[in-house]
Design a protein around this ligand. Sequence first.
Ligand code: RIB
Ligand code: CA
Length: 306
Amino acid sequence: MNVWVDSDAGFDDLWAVLVARALGLEIDGLSLVFGNSSMLRVAKNATAAATVFDWSFPVFKGAATALLGTAETAERILGESGMRSRGLRLPETTGKDGPTSAFEAMAAWFQAGSRRRLLAFGPLTNVAALAIARPDLIDRIERVVWMGGGISSGNHTPAAEFNAYADPEALAALLARRVPITMVELDTCRKVRFDASDLQALFRKRGRNAALLGDLAGGYLDIALEHGHQSMAIYDPVAVAVLARPEYFSINDARVDVVLSGPERGRTVVDFQTAGDACNAKVAANPQSATVKRTCMNALLRECER
Ligand code: RIB
Ligand code: CA
């Protein structure tokens, strides 16, 4: 299956790319969006990852701000690099190499085929900008599988998940245009977790990227440990599993709305009771937690053996 990936290049985004490759998805291109950190840092991370993990697909710089011009990042939690670590880090790059226009590259990719599938791991700005400027391309989108939103609570604010909070107007624009979105939200991702024993399994590997991935995965796990949790939810890689292994989930039609103002800005409101035309999205739930986790961990372990 050929896919396009849109990403804000944090650790779980890189992990998700590894899962996509391990599950046999063919990535035709990757567009970058601000999010975990600034666009410049996201570009630095992605350029470095492309070298370290031998990415053969092109990487394009995209939106540096949300549709309305703000640039909320997760640096408060993740630091300036947008990616925590227990030691080793991705090599430093200028972030200036490589093509700049995600918009043209995505438009060309959608134009060149039909039934296009897109994996989105960050704020939806690039995808929404395309849908707004090129409505003629919308019916070429078979599905956007997006890690974002949260039914029962948020993670960036009490009400809002980060990717939804960073550009809620982008989500609203896509829902209003009936772009077929499958939302992989926090409650579902929080049922797929990894812990210190999984980390140890990475450190036992001896491949050339094992130490780096162990340190980055350790930094990711530390986010949970510092909040008193023994395990960390796996976010973006779970969205890959939803696209490539939908049988591991129940995926239901729903009405999704996003709050655009007030203290709950960015909150996603999901109604499974709505039927028919009022449904504007699908929402993944009930993951087979052990199977999905094993799928995600195997991709990391595979890279650590290389
Ligand atoms: O809320 C989790 C999401 O925010 C993940 O996509 C993570 O990479 C960040 O973008
Ligand atoms: Ca992400």
